[in-house]
Design a protein around this ligand. Structure first.
Ligand code: NDP
Length: 300
């Protein structure tokens, strides 16, 4: 293996430290405590774990955490009424509605009911439009985390060929917009892309956000490229014992690491950066709401 490992766990810790020290200054100089409200509808076990982690890390960074847990059968109108209250609450600077929502709810309508200035997930249509037109916006957390790691590892990204595999609204598309904003030459590949291996081999920066375990092999990677593996897939791991599983990315780590210049591991790469960027977005939203300068190094 020759690639440098980009340690997302360690990087996320430095992001959280920056957030925490900014929170200390906001409290001491302005008497302001940033607040993040997380809304969970239903009892999806994975979502419960995410929400618990988000709340814990919010408090550890010195911010206020407001958790709202609603039963799965909650009418959409009740959720929209809660969002209205959170929009109007000056102690709440960031609002996150945990996805997926139960089937009877319209996720687009719910997300677009959030005040765009408090939309720390960056999914509101206004933030999507602002990002797409190169204006100041709230940036989705996972692509923001990827961008931070790329800047840290490569410095100036201008002129590099970037290939993003995956075109979802939460990862692929905003990732491509951010890389375009860095003056990369960006290609978005997806399930209909012809000769995808060849497209990937042109990439100086290869971002995999596909949701297919270990799909991208080492011979798809340009020697020396920087590979960011967003994928989180659980696969069977009979080598660990009967019924055991393990997490893998969308890249075949072993073969990609032979060829790449640098690569994020799974777990321990992009995953930890996502919550760290949620905390960063909450501080950014708080500063903007109070007309204060934004924290350095925590925005796109
Ligand atoms: P989606 O399922 O919404 O999108 C997957 C994309 O991959 C689609 O655009 C799809 O193309 C494309 N795709 C699927 N199969 C292929 C294929 N064989 N060849 C090329 N492209 C293909 O997934 P998400 O964007 O939400 O998530 C992607 C991965 O990232 C998942 O593993 C998810 O768990 C992980 N993830 C990790 C996060 C983190 O914090 N680290 C956060 C969010 C997601 P098409 O549009 O043509 O169907």
């Amino acid at each position: 293996m020759s690639a440098k490992i980009i340690d997302g766990k360690a990087f996320a810790a430095t992001v959280r430290e920056k957030v925490a020290s900014h929170v200390v200054r906001l409290k001491a100089d302005r008497g302001i405590t940033p607040g993040l409200a997380v809304v969970l509808v239903g009892e999806d076990p994975a979502s419960q774990v995410y929400v618990r982690n988000k709340g814990k890390q919010t408090v550890e960074c010195g911010m206020q955490s407001f958790e709202h847990k609603l039963p799965a059968e909650t009418p959409e109108a009740d959720l929209l009424a809660l969002i209205d209250r959170l929009n109007a609450d000056p102690a709440v600077h960031g609002i996150l509605v945990q996805l997926p929502l139960p089937g009877h709810m319209n996720a687009d309508a719910v997300i677009n009911a959030i005040d765009p200035a408090k939309d720390v997930d960056g999914f509101h249509i206004s933030n999507v439009g602002l990002l797409g037109t190169g204006q100041k916006s709230m940036v989705p957390c996972t692509p923001l985390g990827c961008l931070m790691m790329l800047r840290d590892h490569l410095g100036n990204l201008s002129g590099l060929n970037a290939v993003v595999v995956g075109r979802s609204n939460i990862v692929g598309k905003p990732m491509a917009q951010l890389l375009l904003g860095e003056s990369c030459t960006v290609t978005i590949a997806h399930s209909r892309t012809r000769d995808i291996e060849e497209v990937c081999r042109r990439a100086d920066i290869l971002v995999a956000a596909v949701g297919r375990p270990q799909m991208i092999k080492g011979d798809w990677v340009k020697p020396g490229a920087t590979v960011i593996d967003v994928g989180i897939n659980r696969i069977d791991a009979p080598e660990k014992g009967d019924g055991k599983t393990r997490l893998v990315g969308d890249c075949d780590y072993e073969s990609c690491a032979e060829v790449a210049g640098a690569i994020t591991p799974v777990p321990g790469g992009v995953g930890p950066m996502t919550i760290a960027c949620l905390l960063a977005n909450t501080v950014t939203a708080c500063c903007r709401a109070n007309g204060l300068p934004e924290p350095e190094g925590l925005t796109a």
